[in-house]
Ligand binder design. Structure first.
Ligand code: ADP
Ligand code: ADP
Length: 239
């Protein structure tokens, strides 16, 4: 069953340059898809069009039978709970604790003079802790997230996306700032999230080998156009 369908997608930031041109693809529920391509190809722009973090100019995006382009503000908020995002630079709130960053992803700020945690229900905190445990960082739950390593912060970022119980997660270069060991940990977690939780993953990557190792399918983007869409097994040989 198709979860995401993109038809004739086009995007320009300025009148003189088209960043995305006539992009078509369809993603089935449960697929793990990598998008690869050189820097500036339009990968990040494309990913951000899916939940309208960036507004697109042409074409159509259908997510879970909804026409993304025609959603009003309230519907768009709902859509964004169904589509989680993971960023290269984690985008956490540095002064908050790990667990607060995760809770914030679903329940927003609940400020009190006694600190933030006091206002979240036990059930909300348990859910956040459960996810931190799944990603193996529960022992850091009450540390400020800026005390964690990059790889640990990215795991917090993934928990923040997961707490919304998304159907799809968009990962924009999730390992581009990490060393090889941390990169492997993050990619292994993303893979098991996809396999165990059945969450569809769309991941921007720049290393072909990583994409080949983890994905069911690789979409190659160059100069705003899809130049490849397949299992990617012989991609290295062509280059
Ligand atoms: P990638 O993720 O493949 O590196 P991007 O989507 O980040 O590619 O960028 C594609 C092109 O769009 C680049 O030429 C970039 O400079 C340009 N671009 C990205 N964001 C903006 C923006 N907000 N305004 C203008 N140009 C942008
Ligand atoms: P990240 O790596 O965290 O995804 P980037 O460094 O790719 O962030 O981009 C940071 C911001 O700058 C993004 O919002 C992107 O849209 C914007 N941006 C990227 N390229 C350009 C550009 N050529 N002109 C204007 N804004 C840009």
């Amino acid at each position: 069953m198709s979860l995401l369908k993109v038809e004739g997608l086009g995007k320009s930031y300025t009148a003189d340059k088209k960043i995305l041109k006539n992009i078509d693809f369809e993603i089935k529920a449960g697929e793990f898809v990598s998008i690869i391509g050189p820097s500036g190809a339009g990968k990040s722009t494309m990913l951000r069009c899916m939940n309208r973090m960036i507004e697109f100019n042409e074409g159509k995006i259908i997510f879970n039978n909804q026409d993304v382009g025609s959603l009003n503000k309230k519907e768009l908020r709902k859509l964004r709970t169904n589509i989680g995002m993971v960023f290269q630079h984690y985008n956490l709130v540095p002064r908050l604790s790990v667990i607060e960053n995760v809770l914030h992803g679903r329940y927003g700020y609940k400020t009190t003079l006694q600190g933030l945690l006091g206002r979240y229900t036990e059930e909300e905190k348990e859910r956040a802790f459960y996810l931190l445990e799944k990603l193996g960082i529960h022992e850091h739950a009450y540390k400020r997230c800026d005390q964690l390593s990059g790889g640990q912060q990215q795991r917090v970022g993934i928990c923040r996306a997961l707490i919304q119980e998304p159907k799809l997660i968009l990962c924009d270069e999730p390992i581009a700032s990490l060393d090889p060991n941390s990169s492997k940990v993050i990619m292994d977690h993303l893979k098991s999230i996809s396999l165990e939780m059945g969450i569809t993953c769309l991941v921007n990557l720049h290393q072909v080998e990583v994409a080949q190792h983890y994905s069911d399918r690789i979409i190659g983007l160059n100069n705003g156009e899809i130049v490849f869409d397949g299992n990617g097994r012989n991609l290295g040989e062509e280059q």
